[in-house]
Design a binder for this molecule. Structure first.
Ligand code: FES
Ligand code: FES
Length: 181
């Protein structure tokens, strides 16, 4: 039974090891923030952090994820406080929002490597597809998130999620904070 750590919580997934990680997260762990777009590794809608690296979860069989540490959009922060999330909202870089979880994950991975990326680096690193065309705002949002991470700017908090975190954690096992020893 493949076991991995999802959003800081050990999880055993009772699914065929050939199942793409995307479906294990969505159907097995009820983490539906990770989206299905192309299913072929092209669009980035399904991106999650695997051992800190942004990867398309639709192309990773569960067997390959065994033992990995996975962070989904739900685990990037539990209250939308990650600078990327705050900046995407502040720059209005979200239209329908379908691509947004994957973009936030890819942007967080980029900024973890380099908190001051150039526009070219952002465009090269964030290959996620957005049918609504938020690309210009996306560049501004990533640069703004970088300024927040570097401590040269702050963003006033985005509105809180409409579902209370306690209720969300109850419905989604992989969101439950790990028990303190
Ligand atoms: Fe995985 Fe498109 S659904 S990259
Ligand atoms: Fe609609 Fe990107 S905001 S697909």
């Amino acid at each position: 039974m493949p076991s991995l750590t999802v959003n800081e919580r050990p999880v055993e997934i009772r699914m065929d090891p050939a199942t793409p990680l995307l479906w294990a997260l969505r159907d097995g762990a009820n983490l539906t923030g990770t989206k299905y777009g192309c299913g072929t590794g092209e669009c980035g809608a399904c991106m999650v952090l695997v051992d800190g690296e942004a990867r398309p979860s639709c192309t990773i069989p569960l067997s390959q994820a065994e033992g990995s540490t996975v962070t989904t959009i739900e685990g990037l922060s539990r209250d939308r406080s990650h600078p990327v999330q705050q900046a995407l909202v502040a720059e209005q870089a979200i239209q329908c929002g379908f691509c947004t979880p994957g973009i936030a994950i890819a942007a967080a991975a980029l900024l973890a490597r380099n908190a001051d990326p150039s526009e070219d680096e952002i465009r090269t690193s964030l290959t996620n597809l957005c049918r609504c065309g938020v690309y210009p705002r996306l560049v501004r949002a990533v640069q703004r998130a970088g300024r927040v991470l570097r401590g040269v700017e702050t963003i006033s908090a985005a509105p809180p999620p409409t579902v209370p975190l306690r209720d969300a954690a109850r419905a989604v096992p992989a969101l439950t904070p790990p028990k303190k020893p």
